[in-house]
Every structure is written in structure tokens, then in C-alpha cells.
Design a protein around this ligand. Structure first.
Ligand SMILES: Nc1ncnc2c1ncn2[C@@H]1O[C@H](COP(=O)(O)OP(=O)(O)OP(=O)(O)O)[C@@H](O)[C@H]1O
Ligand SMILES: [Mg+2]
Length: 282
């Protein structure tokens, strides 16, 4: 991927136009006072194009999520949502484009635990003898260095995250002995325990009941209110306005991004879902 300058950062000095003559430069006092630096957005994807062999999965996608905002990523099956998450995390190689997390490269954001990612499909051996608490503690690994020895702060973050997803009673249970919805909540808790400022969640509502869904929705809203940038994919268009400050509609290209009410308009949705949609559900 091409490394590009993130929005809001000054251009490198080498690319500035040189003054034509010394006389043409304005006197020092006439220079505008230097503006305060513009903070980088939580997440910025610029012109990302991804192919799997001959299949074009993402076509020149640009997406920005500011800190303090929840962006709901929607689109039909196969529209590229998971590919976009994997591209952001550097798990698939993009043919073109750039990704910045809080103004940093993805490699640096991962090392510094700035970003957490809850994939759509967890590659997990459910028979493995680890508890809910153990899995959530994995979110603390980036904070523990090579020793991976949990400290009091790690244990407190884990207990807090488990409580926030409503699994305190099951914290000691082996992960294979959970329902599907409870399993999803464990991985959301792992992302929260990490303490990341940028959260990426690929279909956290898949297979969860309405109680778990509203619990996770409230949690994501709280995290954004505390300043996090959240990108979350969902197929539930009905609850999107409760979840997200803005919606991004993907069909290999970004068809629309804006307030949910604007993106959920039938004429916009029909471009991406190929259906005549009257009530906001495909
Ligand atoms: N590893 C892969 N190799 C080849 N093609 C892939 C691979 N992963 C995804 N694809 C294809 O890329 C396209 C986008 O897939 P992706 O999983 O990103 O869609 P999605 O929007 O997440 O779908 P869903 O709603 O079903 O989760 C699809 O056509 C899919 O078949
Ligand atoms: Mg997917």
C-alpha cells in the first residue's frame, strides 16, 4: 500500500512551493498565526482497491470515521465489508490506497494497541480449555510485553469489560460452553478490554438476540461518547439509526456515507441492494 499523508498533517517541507524571490516572501509579521494542529481522524481509508485474483472486492473506497462517532457499515452479502475490515487491519494486501489509524500506520496502531478488531468469524477451537476471562485477557496482551503476566490493571480492565457485556456470572466458564450470542459478547469484551481508541467490529450482532444486540449497541454508543471511533458492520437496517451517527453503504464502491436517515433512503438503498425497498429492510 502506498503510504500517504494523513489529512490534517502538514505537507513535508520538500513539497512546498519555494518562494520565487526573497522579496516575494511576506514579512514575518504578516504570516498568519500558526493554526493549532488538526487532530487526525480515528480512521481514514483513502482510495482502497482490493482484488482477490481477478475478483474486484473493493473499488477505490475512501472512508473516514472521526473520534466520538459510530459508523455503521452496511451492504449486501459479498459487498466487501469484511474485506474492508481486513484491509484496514493489514490482513489482506490492497492493490492501492492507504489506511491511517489515529494518524498512524496500521502496523504502529496494532503495536500500540490503538485499534481493536472483532472479526466476523473467530478462528477458535471451542474445545480449548480457556475461560471467558482468559479470552478477554487476550485483549490485554499488547499491554503486557513479552512476559504476558497480568497485572492488577489488566485484571481490572478484564473484569470491567466482562461486566459491561453482562457476562460476569459466566467469567469462569469454558468458552465452548456458551451460547452463540454469549460467544460474540466475549469477543466484544476482548476488544473493549484492550482499551483501544479505534474499534472495528464485523457483524457483532450476527446470531445474537435482541437483548444482547441492544446491550452491545449501548456499549458502543458509550465507548463513542467516551471518545472512541467505532466502525461496525451490520445487516440490521432497522436499528441502524439507534446504533450509528453515520452510515456507510458499500457495494465494492462506497455508494454513500452520511447520516443514517440520508443513507437509508429507498432510492439510495436500491442502488446497493438492487431492490425496491419501502420500509428500510431488504
Ligand atoms: N479470501 C478470499 N478469496 C477470494 N475471494 C474472496 C475472499 N474473501 C472474500 N472473497 C470475495 O470477495 C467478495 C467480498 O467478500 P466479503 O467477505 O468482504 O463480503 P461481506 O460484505 O463481508 O459479505 P457478508 O455480508 O456475507 O459477510 C465476495 O465476492 C467474496 O466471495
Ligand atoms: Mg462479512
Amino acid at each position: 500500500m502506498t503510504a500517504r499523508r494523513p489529512a490534517g498533517t502538514p505537507e513535508p517541507a520538500t513539497t512546498r512551493e519555494p518562494a520565487t524571490t526573497p522579496e516575494s516572501a511576506p514579512p514575518e509579521s504578516a504570516l498568519p498565526e500558526s493554526a493549532p494542529p488538526v487532530p487526525a481522524p480515528g480512521l481514514e481509508v483513502v482510495d482502497a482497491t482490493v482484488r482477490y485474483g481477478s475478483l474486484l472486492a473493493l473499488d477505490d473506497v475512501s472512508l473516514r470515521v472521526d473520534f466520538g462517532r459510530v459508523c455503521g457499515l452496511i451492504g449486501v452479502n459479498g459487498s466487501g465489508k469484511s474485506t474492508l475490515f481486513k484491509t484496514i487491519m493489514g490482513l489482506v494486501a490492497a492493490d492501492a490506497g492507504s489506511v491511517r489509524i489515529a494518524g498512524e500506520s496500521i502496523a504502529r496502531a496494532r503495536t500500540r494497541a490503538t485499534v481493536s478488531y472483532v472479526p466476523q468469524h473467530e478462528d477458535v477451537d471451542w474445545g480449548f480449555p480457556v475461560s471467558v476471562r482468559d479470552v478477554v485477557m487476550m485483549g490485554r496482551y499488547p499491554h503486557q510485553g513479552f512476559t504476558r503476566r497480568p497485572r492488577a490493571a489488566d485484571r481490572a480492565a478484564v473484569a470491567d469489560a466482562i461486566e459491561r457485556v453482562g457476562l460476569s456470572d459466566l467469567a469462569g466458564r469454558q468458552i465452548g460452553r456458551l451460547s452463540g450470542g454469549q460467544k460474540r459478547r466475549v469477543f466484544v469484551a476482548r476488544g473493549i478490554a484492550q482499551g483501544a481508541r479505534v474499534l472495528l467490529l464485523d457483524e457483532p450482532f450476527a446470531g445474537v438476540d435482541t437483548t444482547s444486540q441492544s446491550l452491545i449497541t449501548d456499549l458502543l454508543r458509550e465507548l463513542a461518547a467516551d471518545g472512541a471511533a467505532v466502525l461496525v458492520s451490520t445487516h440490521d437496517l432497522t436499528t441502524l439509526p439507534d446504533l450509528a451517527d453515520e452510515a456507510a453503504l458499500l457495494l465494492r464502491r462506497l455508494v454513500a456515507q452520511g447520516p443514517p436517515a440520508d443513507v437509508l433512503r429507498p432510492d439510495v438503498l436500491s442502488q446497493a441492494f438492487g431492490l425496491s425497498i419501502q420500509d428500510g429492510t431488504p
